[in-house]
Write a protein that binds this ligand. Structure first.
Ligand code: GAR
Length: 365
């Protein structure tokens, strides 16, 4: 029986890099979690290896995978993940690293080529990593992911067979992502039995999208088109296709600041919910918190409602009330409203899963 695999150190890899360099050869470096290996990983690593003469993989430690992907991950511990990875034909060495980012390793190793998979562009790489790659003079190569092959989709397929009653949700947003964060933590701590099957944004640099990528959910940027306020026809269709591919039960708009039209509105009729920072039907549309202050309201709140073709007009599912305090600005008031949203939205979704479409009287929070 073989002993446990002993991973390389950064110093080992730097020596390998310098040896290759002296011979005019190239070290390719990549990093990731590689939790449940699938054909997409193998093809990605083969392509990465073909960019140079040796491939070194930095594997996220168990602690860093937990931070990146949530408490339920990794499924396999770092020693096992390293051993399996090192057995692949394309992989010359594996090292384990604790940070969520590879910045320190890039500085230590100075790889000739840095390979990254997936939806990234050079611009959307983490700024620290990008700066380290510039310092090291590394060439950055983004390799396409193999569609439909991912650890998350493998886990989803397993759950589809066994995790009866799990709601498959898609979350759409444009901004800070605090409601997405609340949904993720409700899922992780068991308050909401749901699969986050897709996360979609019209804003490539939003925290919302960053959060989804970092948490390891299937995250998609959809180019909204040239009009700064509207969502173009191509984008409407692309969103629909993402929802269909992810086999979504419920679409959750969590700070999505554009209007959904066909084919999503009809295709998901009665299955799209929005959270809005006012007690609808009061203060529809953008700037609802400032409108409540300007109107001198003593109370406002948030509403979770069904989405129809008419803005903020679909059936109210639940509301929570929030007082408007003397001296409130739109920001202070919105922050208090969000605290309520973070409780209300996961609650509504979980009720939906347990008992079907929930409806609570407006105002009964
Ligand atoms: C939330 O307060 C939500 O109610 C609001 O955007 C915020 C998103 O915050 N939505 C609307 O105004 C829709 N008309 P988040 O990105 O931190 O979740």
């Amino acid at each position: 029986m073989s002993a446990d695999y002993s991973p390389a150190t950064a110093a080992d890899v730097r020596r390998l890099r310098d040896t290759l360099d002296a011979r005019g050869k190239k070290l390719v470096f990549t990093n990731g979690c590689f939790d449940l290996l699938h054909a997409g990983h193998v093809r990605y690593l083969e392509q990465a290896r073909a960019l140079g003469d040796a491939l070194v993989v930095a594997l996220n430690s168990d602690a860093s995978v937990r931070l990146l992907k949530g408490a339920g991950r990794p499924l396999n511990n770092q020693n096992d993940r390293a051993e399996v990875l090192a057995a692949l034909r394309a992989v010359d060495a594996v090292l384990v690293f604790e940070d969520q980012r590879a910045t320190g390793l890039i500085d230590a190793i100075h790889p000739h080529v840095y390979a990254k998979g997936g939806d990234y562009t050079v611009e959307s790489l983490n700024a620290g990593e990008r700066a380290a790659l510039n310092r090291a003079g590394s060439e950055v190569r983004i390799l396409p992911l193999v569609p439909g092959r991912s650890t998350t989709s493998t886990i989803n397929r397993m759950n589809a067979g066994h995790g009866v009653g799990r709601l498959r949700i898609a979350v759409l947003g444009s901004g800070a992502g605090s409601n997405l964060r609340a949904i993720i933590s409700a899922v992780q701590n068991g308050r909401l039995e749901a699969e986050i099957a897709a996360v979609i944004s019209d804003q490539p640099d939003s925290n919302f999208l960053k959060l989804a990528c970092e948490a390891g959910f299937p995250a998609h940027f959809v180019d909204p088109g040239s009009n700064p306020r509207k969502l173009g026809d191509a984008a409407q269709k692309e969103i629909f296709e993402h929802l269909e591919r992810a086999r979504v039960d419920v679409v959750v708009l969590a700070g999505f600041m554009r209007i959904l039209k066909e084919p999503v509105i009809s295709g998901y009729s009665g299955r799209i919910v929005n959270v809005h920072p006012s007690l609808l039907p009061r203060h529809k549309g953008a700037g609802a918190t400032q409108l409540a202050i300007d109107a001198g309201d003593s109370e406002t709140g948030c509403t979770v409602h069904l989405v129809t073709a008419e803005i903020d007009a679909g059936r109210t599912l639940a509301q929570a009330r929030v007082p408007v305090l003397p001296g409130d600005t739109a920001e202070t008031l919105h922050a208090r409203i969000k605290t309520e949203e973070h409780k209300l939205l996961p609650q509504v979704l979980n009720e939906w899963r347990e008992r079907g479409l929930p409806v609570r009287d407006a105002g009964a929070s």
